[in-house]
Design a protein around this ligand. Sequence first.
Ligand SMILES: NC(=O)c1ccc[n+]([C@@H]2O[C@H](COP(=O)([O-])OP(=O)(O)OC[C@H]3O[C@@H](n4cnc5c(N)ncnc54)[C@H](OP(=O)(O)O)[C@@H]3O)[C@@H](O)[C@H]2O)c1
Length: 231
Amino acid sequence: MLLARPQTTVILAMSADGKLADAARSPARFGSAADKHHLEAQVAAADAVLFGAATLRAYGTTLPITSPALLTHRQAQGKAPQPWHIVCSAAGNLDPNWRFFQQPVPRWLLTTPTGAQSWTVGAAFDRIVVNPLQSAADWVSVFQQLPAWGIAQLAVLGGGELVATLVAAGLVDELQLTLCPLLLGGKTAPTPMDGVGFPAAIAPQLELLSVQTVAQEVFLRYQVRHPPATH
Ligand SMILES: NC(=O)c1ccc[n+]([C@@H]2O[C@H](COP(=O)([O-])OP(=O)(O)OC[C@H]3O[C@@H](n4cnc5c(N)ncnc54)[C@H](OP(=O)(O)O)[C@@H]3O)[C@@H](O)[C@H]2O)c1
């Protein structure tokens, strides 16, 4: 029997040529106020958000919920004001001076045994989850631990390297992409899914759930079609 794991949604904004950021991997600040509100609403709907260390390195911060309406809604549902913010870093090489570590959000670190050597549970991290993070099975086992900690809804905020791992492990259910009106280019610029990629014949297939246009941006929602379980 398959053990439960969280319902997992990836939320990203990309340029019209499919880049998450410029080739210098600067923080992506090209989304509109409507896109920021959309992202904050997805964060508010989650029990935890997960992001890669390079995303945190780019911004130095995470996105706390500040909208009074969203905070009230979470309170009415009996949820904590902010979801868990989980940073994934194999190396554990994170700068404790980043503003992230002063933000009013609960923080977890997902890391390897080597990465965990640099950190203890305390002011920086409320929980440290240790796993080899080497195979798809490792990732499945991490995700299967999450419901026991009250994480039924997980929002993945990037970047492309982490998303590639999760898609390859069959752990992503939904993809929300905001198509933004600019062209970034650059061979090395991150995309929604980097990693080694899939041959087209076995590429994961998506089902378009909705399309919404707001001013110059297009909000796309896809469901990831999972192959039927084999017994
Ligand atoms: N437009 C958007 O919506 C959006 C959203 C997010 C990010 N971005 C942009 O995307 C860029 C960052 O994305 P990225 O693809 O370079 O990196 P990323 O996925 O954010 O982070 C990569 C890092 O995360 C850890 N990691 C990821 N997958 C792992 C795995 N399978 N096992 C163990 N550790 C893993 C590793 O950390 P360690 O190196 O510490 O071991 C790795 O170097 C930035 O430029 C950011 O601005 C844009």
